[in-house]
Ligand binder design. Structure first.
Ligand code: ADP
Ligand code: ADP
Length: 220
């Protein structure tokens, strides 16, 4: 079953003479509970695609359907609510809050919406990600791989339907990259979530159920 679908999606940056056509006629669907990787050369449009389908960036033409609902016409406020409630984000830079500890970093997305923290779920997540003995530490006391594991736990904390990851292992060495990817896959399998991930690493991309290649703003 398709959870997210891009229909004739086009994205142009800028106006007038200085426009950049970043995406051309993208038609893609992402299956629920599956891991899809997006690969392609630098500047091909990967980040633009991720931002457009995740409601972070407006689209120029076309539609983005989330469970058959067109999200491309939503207001900024509606999109913000949608992102907080249904999506989780992981980036190359871990974006942890330096002044609060690991546990507080993880439950922050849940607290923002004043939802009740599902302690059992969060503890399970912490345990799978091997962070049990790190919950009281601060981000600067952790290695890069550990920080990214915290960022993964944070992205999963509000039980998102879709996790969007933009080069999540871009700042990690090879060994740590595989450890983090294995854990991310384990979480996604454990909780049946949908993962959409950009990478420029072919071996990492091949860990996915499906690989999409972007070249010159077109998908194949
Ligand atoms: P990738 O993620 O594959 O490296 P991007 O999606 O970042 O590619 O970029 C695709 C194209 O869109 C590039 O030509 C890039 O220069 C251009 N682009 C990206 N963001 C912007 C922006 N905010 N304004 C203008 N052009 C942009
Ligand atoms: P609000 O508008 O309510 O402050 P945000 O847009 O800041 O909400 O954040 C909603 C979600 O989108 C967060 O999970 C955040 O990590 C992500 N996000 C916001 N801006 C960007 C961006 N420029 N690139 C990638 N992710 C972003």
């Amino acid at each position: 079953m398709s959870i997210l679908t891009a229909i004739d999606l086009n994205k142009t940056y800028g106006k007038g003479l200085s426009t950049v056509k970043a995406l051309t006629d993208i038609n893609l669907s992402f299956e629920k509970g599956r891991f899809t990787s997006i690969i392609g050369p630098s500047g091909s449009g990967k980040s633009t695609l991720l931002h457009c389908i995740a409601g972070l960036d407006s689209i120029t033409n076309g539609k983005v359907l989330l469970n058959d609902k067109d999200i491309s016409k939503l207001s900024e406020d509606e999109l913000s609510k949608l992102r907080r409630e249904k999506f989780g984000f992981i980036f190359q830079s871990f974006n942890l809050i330096p002044v609060v500890n690991v546990y507080e970093n993880i439950v922050l997305p849940v607290n923002i919406d004043n939802k009740k923290v599902d302690k059992k779920y969060i503890n399970n997540l912490i345990s799978i990600l091997g962070l049990k003995d790190k919950v009281d530490k601060f981000p600067n006391e952790l290695s890069g791989g550990q920080q990214q594991r915290v960022a993964i736990a944070r992205a999963l904390a509000n039980k998102p339907e879709i996790i969007f990851a933009d080069e999540p292992t871009g700042n990690l060495d090879t060994k740590t990259t595989y450890e983090v990817m294995d854990l991310l896959k384990k979480c996604v399998n454990e909780f049946g979530q949908t993962l959409i991930m950009i990478t420029h690493n072919n071996e990492i991309a091949a860990m996915a159920d499906k690989v999409i290649t972007i070249k010159d703003g077109k998908a194949s």
